[in-house]
Design a protein around this ligand. Structure first.
Ligand code: PEP
Length: 245
C-alpha cells in the first residue's frame, strides 16, 4: 500500500514558516509516498497556495462537528474544504485531554469531515498507565470502535496509532509492540469494513524522526506516520518521507 506521511505542526508556525513548506517542496519532489502537512488554521490558506503544482497536500488539526452556526472560535469541515484542505486530524490525544474530546465527539467530527469531503485521520492510543496495566489493545479497540463513524471507507479514513506516552517524549514502543497494536487495528478494521478494511492506512505516531523512520516503516501493517516535532523542520521531515518507500 502506498504510504502516507503526515506532519502535525500543532500550535507552531507564523507566516514566515511558509519557508519550511517551500523547502519541503524542493526536497520531496520525487517522493513515492503521499505527504500531508497540517499547519495551524491561520496558515492553511497560504499553505494551500504554496503547494499548488506539488505533491504536498494540506490538512487541518481539528474541525467542529457542525457545518456552521453559533460556535465561537470553531472552524467547520466545510470551511476547511472550502480553502483547499484535504485531510483533518481528529481525536489527537492532546485534544482528547485538554479539550475533553471523547470518542463520541471524535466520531461526530469524523462524520462532519466526511460530510465536508475531508479525509479523517482518527487518532487512537493508550496512556503509559493503560499500557502498564496490559490494556493497550483494549483501549485502542474501544477508541476505534467508538470513534470511527458509519460510512467510513479506505478512501475517507486513516487511523493513526499514537501511544500517548510516545508523543513528544523521544520514547518509542518496541517493534513488537507497534506490530501487535497495528495488527489488532487491522483486524478490527476488517471486521468493521470487510475487505476494504485492508486498504485503510494505519499510521504510527510518536517520536518518529529521520533516524528511526526506516525501521518503523518496515513493520507489518505500518502504512505511514503521523509526525509532530520532526515535521517542523523541512530537512528532518524530508528524511522521514524519503524512508517511506
Ligand atoms: C503527534 O503529536 O502527533 C506526534 C506524533 O508528536 P511527536 O512526533 O512530536 O511525538
Amino acid at each position: 500500500m502506498r504510504k502516507l506521511v503526515a506532519g502535525n505542526w500543532k500550535m507552531n508556525g507564523l507566516v514566515s514558516s511558509q519557508a519550511e513548506i517551500e523547502a519541503l517542496k524542493g526536497l520531496t519532489g520525487s517522493a513515492t509516498c503521499d505527504i500531508v502537512v497540517c499547519p495551524p488554521f491561520t496558515l492553511i490558506d497560504r499553505a494551500v497556495e504554496r503547494v499548488k503544482d506539488s505533491n504536498l497536500v494540506i490538512g487541518a488539526q481539528d474541525c467542529h462537528a457542525q457545518q456552521s452556526g453559533a460556535h465561537t472560535g470553531d472552524v467547520s469541515a466545510e470551511m476547511l474544504a472550502d480553502i483547499g484542505a484535504r485531510y483533518v486530524i481528529l481525536g489527537h490525544s492532546e485534544r482528547r485531554v485538554s479539550h475533553g474530546e471523547d470518542d463520541e465527539i471524535v466520531r461526530a467530527k469524523a462524520v462532519a469531515a466526511h460530510r465536508g469531503g475531508l479525509i479523517a485521520i482518527v487518532c487512537v492510543g493508550e496512556t503509559r498507565h493503560e499500557r502498564d496495566e496490559g490494556r493497550a489493545i483494549e483501549v485502542v479497540g474501544e477508541q476505534l470502535r467508538e470513534s470511527v463513524p458509519e460510512g467510513a471507507t479506505s478512501a475517507n479514513l486513516v487511523i493513526a496509532y499514537e501511544p500517548v506516552w510516545a508523543i513528544g517524549t523521544g520514547l518509542v514502543p518496541t517493534n513488537e509492540q507497534i506490530e501487535e497494536v497495528h495488527a489488532a487495528i487491522r483486524q478490527m478494521l476488517e471486521e468493521r469494513l470487510g475487505s476494504d478494511g485492508n486498504s485503510v492506512r494505519i499510521l504510527y505516531g510518536g517520536s518518529v524522526k529521520s533516524s528511526n523512520a526506516e525501521a518503523i516503516f518496515g513493520l507489518r501493517n505500518v502504512d505511514g506516520a503521523l509526525v509532530g516535532g520532526a515535521s517542523l523542520k523541512a530537512s528532518e521531515f524530508a528524511g522521514i518521507i524519503s524512508a517511506a518507500v
